[in-house]
Design a protein around this ligand. Structure first.
Ligand SMILES: [Zn+2]
Length: 327
């Protein structure tokens, strides 16, 4: 009976329970991360991991959000799980820190956060990602900014994508009259399908079309293959469609540059096709010797392949060529 425990025994028992609770919480996050990774919520008819956690596992919304967020970060940085298991950093603290943690800084930051309250961890977050003072943001605005009210109104109009929950976002930006008219026109054209025409639905449909179009133009994704990769011999600088598509899809539409520590560049924009051996040298488009790189890494790769002074000369004699003779 708990009432009969001595004070000391009660405190010891509580510490032991807490140790077990930390162990359980850490293991729970590992399991949630794996479920999330396998997307096991989908065959169970949940639209998201968040809905699965709240509805099937009975977490509160806050607990679900924190656990999913940290579980996802822990898949990247397993030390988060150990910080939780050892009781050094609590779940709420890890939730605040995880967006700012990198492979390079996370061990140091976790050590600093050990044993700290949520409030103290907020201070660590503020030091890691200082927010510019509001006044500075207003000074950067155009001449109307002299009027504080106009400035404040303009700040409100800055583009914003803010999460409202795990699966919903508030998106806000300033639209031109032309864009407003186009939205209205799309709404009218889609009225027979969408009724009152939910704006988010219309924008999403438009973006689906745009993404499909650009992926097809740039990387031949979704284009009907007219010839196989093996039949793509030729001496043209242009990379044939089947090879563009193969490399884009194999590299997952993301820069494939990996540094010495094994970290891969996360860029998914400004992607270009790179020839590892230099097209100018081999005149071959061999998918095994090609990869997707962001523009910055493509340039970096060219600098390494052709030596920096050569590339600087190539770029200065040929303005607009950032990559030089190959990419
Ligand atoms: Zn990159």
């Amino acid at each position: 009976m708990i009432e009969r425990l001595s004070d000391e025994a009660l405190l010891d028992a509580t510490r032991a329970l807490l140790k077990r609770a930390c162990d359980v919480e850490a293991d729970l996050l590992l399991h949630l991360g794996e479920i999330d990774e396998r997307k096991l919520y989908l065959p169970r008819a949940y639209p998201s991991m968040f809905a699965f956690c709240v509805e099937e596992l009975g977490f509160s919304e806050d607990a679900a959000y924190n656990r999913i967020f940290v579980a996802r970060a822990a898949r990247r940085l397993p030390a988060l799980i150990e910080a939780l298991r050892s009781g050094k950093v609590h779940l709420g603290g890890l939730r605040l820190l995880s967006p700012l943690l990198t492979v390079e800084n996370h061990l140091d930051v976790l050590a600093r956060a050990a044993g700290k309250s949520k409030r103290q961890i907020e201070d660590i977050v503020a030091r890691l990602a200082p927010k510019p003072p509001v006044a500075a943001a207003i000074r950067k605005l155009p001449e109307q900014a002299a009027l504080p009210i106009a400035a404040a109104a303009r700040v409100e109009h800055r583009p914003m994508v803010r999460p409202l929950s795990e699966e919903t976002y508030k998106v806000q930006f300033t639209a031109s009259r032309a864009l407003r008219d186009k939205l209205k026109r799309a709404q009218d054209l889609l009225r027979h399908q969408l009724g009152d025409g939910d704006l988010a639905e219309i924008v999403e449909r438009g973006l689906d079309l745009l993404i499909e179009k650009v992926e097809k133009e740039r990387f031949a994704v979704g284009r009907k293959p007219r010839k196989a990769v093996e039949d793509c011999a030729g001496n043209s600088r242009n990379v044939p469609d089947p090879i563009r598509r193969l490399v884009y899809e194999r590299d997952g539409g993301r820069c494939a540059f990996v540094d010495e520590e094994g970290r891969r560049c996360p860029a998914t924009g400004w992607l270009e096709l790179d020839h590892l051996d230099g097209w100018a040298r081999t005149h071959e488009h061999s998918p095994d010797r090609m990869r997707l790189l962001c523009a910055a890494h493509n340039q970096h790769a060219a600098d390494q392949l052709y030596s920096r002074p050569f590339m600087d000369r190539a770029r200065s004699t040929c303005p607009g060529t950032s990559r030089g003779p190959t990419s």
